[in-house]
Design a binder for this molecule. Structure first.
Ligand SMILES: [Zn+2]
Ligand SMILES: [Zn+2]
Length: 240
């Protein structure tokens, strides 16, 4: 894990003079292994105002902290239940203190993609799929690249082969299918292009009162022109 953000569970930075009361809004950034979520979130933390809070990935917190990670069914079930509880608490904590936007590194729904059964995931966590969807205003899915597009090797926490990573990415797409506001960012030949698309989508979710303090002038301009983002999205999108 190339994570230099310390052991805080949430991060936010950037000066901002906004004194508005913000309605709670959550955005999920999701994607299979190697999709580039971590890099995009790292870039975002340098672009947003102090009212935008980013939660760390629950699975990463648990596994990097030593939670058992083995292939057996009991261990996988235990891990997904633990991830669920950590996720709920991370989101509750991030929602304190009037944030303009909470950006989640994956959400409750992602657990479905990893759940081994036998009972339905939703029964196991005691939350309906509809209730899980309602927690998140917007979903941005960074698709995992295939081998040709460079499946990343920069994260030592990653244990999947490229084929497994793609399969998980498909499951994640299925998990979020039907969410009313979902954007899909396909792999690009260069990661900078993909990251710029994802960042523009996130910046567009920041309310106007805080948008001026978030992002460069160019990014703000892009965020104000959602129509220009259309080519960056594919299945499941809905106009902002
Ligand atoms: Zn602000
Ligand atoms: Zn604001």
């Amino acid at each position: 894990m190339n994570d230099t953000r310390g052991d805080e569970s949430t991060i936010s930075n950037g000066v901002c003079a906004c004194a508005e009361r913000h309605p709670l809004r959550r955005v999920v950034l999701t994607g299979g292994p190697g999709a580039g979520k971590t890099a995009v979130l790292e870039l975002l933390t340098h672009l947003v105002c102090r009212h935008v809070v980013v939660t760390r990935e629950a699975a990463n917190i648990l596994f990097s902290g030593g939670f058992p990670r083995s292939a057996g069914i009991p261990a996988r079930r235990a891990a997904q239940r633990a991830i669920y509880h950590v996720q709920i608490e991370l989101e509750a904590l991030a929602s304190q203190g009037n944030p303009a936007l909470v950006i989640c590194d994956r959400g409750v729904v992602d657990g479905w993609a990893y759940w081994p059964g036998p009972e339905p995931f939703w029964d196991a966590i005691g939350m309906s799929r509809a209730a899980a969807f309602e927690r998140y205003d917007t979903v941005i899915h960074l698709r995992t690249p295939d081998g040709a597009n460079g499946y990343g090797h920069q994260n030592p926490m990653r244990t999947e082969t490229p084929a497994e990573a793609r399969a998980i990415d498909e499951r994640i797409a299925e998990a979020w299918d039907g969410h009313p506001r979902r954007f899909v960012v396909d792999p690009a030949a260069d990661f900078v292009t993909k990251a710029a698309r994802a960042i523009a989508l996130v910046l567009a979710e920041i309310p106007a009162c805080c948008r001026a303090a978030s992002g460069s002038a160019a990014a703000s301009e892009l965020a104000n022109q959602p129509a220009a983002l259309a080519p960056a999205t594919s299945t499941g999108q809905r106009a902002p």
